[in-house]
Design a protein around this ligand. Structure first.
Ligand SMILES: [Zn+2]
Length: 454
């Protein structure tokens, strides 16, 4: 039984001011109802300012990044009417499509719109905060091309990556709001609202598929309806039946002239646009000879990708790719940090890789230093010096460790002398342990061979 999933995704745009007025958008940092004016609180007679150009440009850029064609216009701004305390004017302004017919990793993007955020209403206290009212949003509507919750999750992650790449969407978490529609082959379409994260989308879809399947098993029909996702309980619950769906009474806003997007404007935005993660991936393979799977991980985070390119200028790109992708990424994931959050400078990574390549520290020590760096960024040389992590050069220390290891492992030595060559590797391991990984393995092997045969 095929599962059919589509999304409507909303993300705030990172503009300084709101969409139809000059009120600032940093509503998280200020007390409730301070970033407001007569326009964004819907006072009678208040007229919207001209549409925020920064927001229009951002939507055009996002649409282009998603491979959309741009509608040249006239693009009308519509009033979508509904009654809720978060909407002081009684309507939300939403544009007709600005971008159309895009594609992201094989998933068709139907439309990209510009919208305004409503305020924030707390039904428990009955209080409304209009700081958010009028903050610009991009709305992205996909075709129902997704076939499983896993695929849906990957798609959303990829989309967030693109939005982050543009720098035009809010970087802070928790601003993405998603509605999803889902049906099982031949069944009614159910819409789920109130999804606020990728994880939430995944859980909501998982729950909904199980619910619809169990209804079918019992011979009951799935109703066409809108359901709310209750994140705390990880379930969906009926909001309204589709038959009773509201009529939004869409009309073009008579106060706002329709948008016109000129070919010159599109060309200007295209010229300044960043590479998409996919383009970056392909370029890394072509330009640096990096393995495709390494390139994918490196391009997954813009700052990590930039760091890799900086490092690759200074050390062998393949060596840099392996270390940034495997080791640095592993430590970052373990510490639940992005590269940007870690505060590590590319200079520190370059220093570290140079020391490993020059044989001044062992790869094992290198890994340890990365862990220290992620915990607390500081000059690599200082870590090496303060912690005494430099490779042991003094032969007498290694020699002593070898002597001890030989004395402690007579069986392994006997096996080696009896013709089992690999038995000596075990003894090498013991020496490395005694020297905390700071001895050169080759030197140790040579020294041990001399000792046991001597
Ligand atoms: Zn305002």
């Amino acid at each position: 039984m095929e599962t059919i999933i589509g999304f409507e995704i909303h993300e705030q745009l990172a503009t300084r001011t709101k969409l139809y007025c000059d009120s600032p958008t940093n509503y998280r940092d200020v007390p409730p109802n301070t970033n407001v004016c007569e326009v964004c609180t819907g006072m009678p007679g208040a007229k919207p300012h001209p549409v925020n150009q920064e927001a229009i440009d951002a939507v055009v850029e996002i649409a282009l990044m998603l491979g959309c064609e741009i509608v040249k216009g006239p693009i009308y701004i519509q009033r979508k009417h509904y009654d809720y305390p978060d909407l002081p004017s009684g309507y939300q302004r939403t544009s007709l499509p600005i971008g159309r017919n895009g594609n992201l990793n094989g998933i068709n993007i139907w439309e990209v719109h510009l919208e305004e955020d409503p305020g924030k209403y707390d039904p428990t206290s009955g209080k409304v905060d209009y700081n958010r009212s009028g903050v610009p949003l991009v709305e992205i509507v996909t075709a129902p091309d997704l076939r499983s919750p896993e695929e849906a999750r990957n798609f959303l992650r990829e989309l967030i990556k693109i939005l982050h790449y543009t720098g035009k969407a809010r970087a802070e978490g928790g601003t993405m709001r998603t509605d999803t529609n889902i049906s099982l082959e031949g069944g009614a379409r159910v819409e789920i609202k109130n999804i606020n994260s990728v994880k939430g989308a995944y859980k909501a879809l998982k729950f909904e598929i199980a619910r619809q399947k169990s209804l079918r098993k019992r011979g009951a029909a799935v109703r066409r309806e809108t359901r709310a996702f209750l994140e705390a309980q990880m379930i969906t619950k009926t909001m309204r039946l589709k038959e009773e769906a509201e009529d939004y009474r869409y009309i073009p806003d008579p106060d706002i002239p329709p948008l016109l997007i000129t070919p010159e404007k599109i060309a200007e935005i295209k010229a300044a646009m960043p590479e998409t993660p996919g383009m970056k991936e392909r370029r890394f393979v072509a330009q640096y000879g990096v393995k495709p799977e390494d390139a994918k991980v490196l391009a997954s985070e813009l700052e990590l990708a930039n760091a890799f390119e900086e490092v690759a200028k200074e050390v062998d790109p393949q060596f840099a790719a392996t270390w940034v992708r495997d080791e640095l990424k592993r430590v970052l994931v373990y510490n639940d940090k992005s590269f940007a959050e870690s505060g590590i400078g590319t200079g520190q990574v370059v220093d570290l890789l140079r020391m490993i390549q020059a044989g001044e520290i062992t790869p094992k020590t290198g890994k340890k230093i990365l862990e220290i760096l992620v915990a607390k960024p500081q000059p690599v040389e200082r870590i090496v010096e303060e912690m005494g992590l430099g490779k042991i050069k003094a032969d007498d220390i290694i020699e002593k460790a070898c002597e001890e290891a030989v004395a402690e492992n007579p069986q392994a030595v006997a096996d080696y002398l009896g013709g089992k060559g690999e038995a000596l590797n075990y003894v090498v391991g013991q020496v490395m342990r005694k020297t905390r990984g700071r001895a050169d393995a080759k030197t140790v092997l040579e020294m041990l061979k001399k000792k046991v045969q001597g």
